[in-house]
Design a protein around this ligand. Structure first.
Ligand code: GLU
Length: 297
């Protein structure tokens, strides 16, 4: 029975061209939706102008098309949603769930703290200007079952601390924008890389603070290069080659524990998709955080 209520998404940041790591995330979320007859949306997370690369959004969409992805509904752009993000912040401010923070990056680096020590929680010190807005993280345990990684248990107050929802440079933080969009766009499941596993309790807290539902989550392993680092746009992973989609998609499927027949490596990409849609099995994805790939396709 097709699950017409299922809705998943791929949410790239336009900081460069897609690479094999992005293809793996797009493929996993796409097949998890399509295998069960659900929807798959694309959301461009263009909320960080300092890191944005001109033309990257269009390039990403063209690459997805060349690989044979078909999305539902119009592509959404977070840069067009500033009013909604501001309204969410205002609601959190009214309800005293966030507080202004006057600490600079330098202050925090000097304190040697990755977890924010709560310096401004009870108010700004005299002479301090508000810079960012932080969520008042409650003392409670967060638990959910990740469909790939199993039970996730976090004590956010001690393990994460009060984190930033509105940045000192005036931009909305990823945690607020993404938590809000996943809930308001009606996502039922978020399938993404395990590099974002520590964002999930943060986003669940934001959704709770705003009285919004949380989707289910599944975090697949991320691909690392021979040097052990995650392939990313920042460390210049080679871009996908739109002229040869099949071998790269084949490699992405193998990475995700699926077993596409070897002859399909030579097939048209549509044939590989037909096999992948019919045979997709999330349970075959290894429950590990990262995995090395020796040779890029
Ligand atoms: N925009 C994020 C990225 O490209 C992904 C966000 C998400 O899937 O939640 O890393």
């Amino acid at each position: 029975m097709p699950d017409t209520r299922y809705r998943g998404r791929f949410a790239p940041s336009p900081t460069g061209p897609l690479h094999l790591g992005s293809l793996i995330a797009a493929t996993a979320s796409y097949l998890q939706a399509r295998h069960q007859g659900g929807e798959w949306w694309v959301r461009i997370e263009d909320i960080d102008p300092p890191r944005e690369v001109a033309g990257a959004s269009d390039m990403i969409l063209r690459t997805l098309e060349a690989f044979g992805f078909e999305w539902d509904g119009p592509v959404s752009y977070q840069s067009c949603q500033q009013d909604r993000y501001r309204a969410a912040l205002a609601q959190l401010q009214r309800e005293n769930r966030v507080y202004a923070c006057g600490c600079s990056r330098k202050d925090l680096a000097t304190a040697g703290n990755y977890i924010y020590p709560g310096t401004c929680r009870e108010g700004l010190a005299p002479g301090r200007q508000p810079r960012s807005w932080r969520l008042r993280v409650p003392e409670q345990v967060d638990e959910y079952v990740d469909a790939i990684q199993g039970l996730q248990r976090t004590e956010p107050a001690t393990e994460l601390g009060d984190f930033v929802l509105w940045r000192a440079d005036g931009y909305v933080a990823y945690q607020l924008a993404t938590a809000l969009d996943d809930a308001e766009q009606g996502m039922t499941e978020v399938v993404r890389g395990a590099d974002l596993l520590d964002s999930t309790p943060r986003q669940r807290l934001v959704q709770q603070a705003l009285g919004l539902p949380s989707p289910a989550y599944a975090h697949h392993p991320v691909v690392t290069g021979a040097n052990g680092y995650k392939l990313s746009k920042q460390n210049r992973a080679p871009p996908l080659d739109s002229h040869k989609p099949t071998p790269q998609l084949h490699a992405a499927l193998r990475f995700l524990g699926q077993a596409p027949p070897m002859p399909l490596q030579q097939a048209h990409v549509d044939e590989l998709w037909a096999w992948a849609r019919a045979n997709w099995d999330l349970q075959r994805i290894p429950a590990i955080l990262s995995r090395q790939i020796e040779k890029l396709p």
